[in-house]
Ligand binder design. Structure first.
Ligand SMILES: Nc1nc2c(ncn2[C@@H]2O[C@H](COP(=O)(O)OP(=O)(O)O)[C@@H](O)[C@H]2O)c(=O)[nH]1
Ligand SMILES: [Mg+2]
Length: 219
């Protein structure tokens, strides 16, 4: 279960646990998805003239987490902006509308721009407006196989119909981000570093080479 509330002034010193950004073509429902996750409500019309940043507290798997989400304005799909979003964010949600084939084609383009940052940033794909089945232009199977090819999790849902799928997508994204952060911490901890150095030392000593205190080879 997720509960959300806006950060108060007193909360603002708290560290952010995860930073997310939504990306996608215009009118696919990025703002509707962000607002749905935050408030569980669907308003219908959203101001998409500029970037909106939300900081809030959410409960994920009984853990209180501080999240920051950027819902971008209209001019945010060029290479530079997408690149800087990918550097800033721990997780990205690529959104298309199932009623708009062009917005689906843009997913591959956005993914190409993000690809250099995928070691650091978790990416998922969300097909929105699934309530408009009669206007569907993108088969769910086709989107699922693109997601598989791009090695991203895939969700289809509707911001207008309910919050379940949207919460599910954000939760999965958070869990993957938290897992990656943990793995990164472990890989930087002293023990694996000692093990790695030990291996180098053993490998070099078996060849009768010596390492100076600075780690340089003495031959
Ligand atoms: N039927 C339907 N309309 C939606 C859904 N999500 C968003 N919309 C509508 O699509 C339009 C664009 O949504 P918006 O969130 O502003 O798109 P953005 O430009 O990607 O931020 C608005 O009129 C929304 O009410 C959805 O899941 N189903
Ligand atoms: Mg918007």
């Amino acid at each position: 279960m997720t509960s959300t509330r806006m950060l108060t002034r007193r909360d603002s010193y708290k560290q952010t646990d995860a930073k997310f950004a939504l990306l996608g073509a215009r009118n696919v429902g990025k703002s509707a998805i962000a607002v749905r996750f935050l408030t569980k409500r669907f308003i219908g019309e959203y101001d998409s003239s500029q970037d909106s940043t939300y900081q809030f507290n959410s409960t994920i798997d009984e853990e209180q987490v501080n999240l920051e989400i950027i819902d971008p304005g209209p001019e945010s799909r060029n290479e530079q902006t997408v690149g800087s979003r990918a550097i800033w964010a721990d997780g990205l949600i690529l959104v298309y509308s199932i009623t708009d084939r062009k917005s689906f084609e843009e997913i591959q383009h956005l993914h190409n721009l993000i690809d250099p940052f995928k070691q650091k940033t978790v990416v998922i794909i969300f097909g929105n407006k699934s309530d408009l089945e009669h206007k569907r232009q993108v088969p769910e199977k086709e989107a699922a196989s693109l997601a598989e090819k791009l090695q991203c999790s895939f969700f289809e849902g509707s911001a207008s119909e309910g919050h379940t799928k949207i919460s599910e997508a954000f939760h999965e994204l958070y869990k993957e981000v938290a897992k990656r952060k943990k793995e990164r911490k472990v890989s930087l901890s002293p023990r694996p570093l000692r093990n790695a150095l030990g291996k180098v030392f053993r490998r070099n000593s078996s060849k009768n080479l010596l390492l100076s205190p600075s780690g340089a080879l003495i031959t």
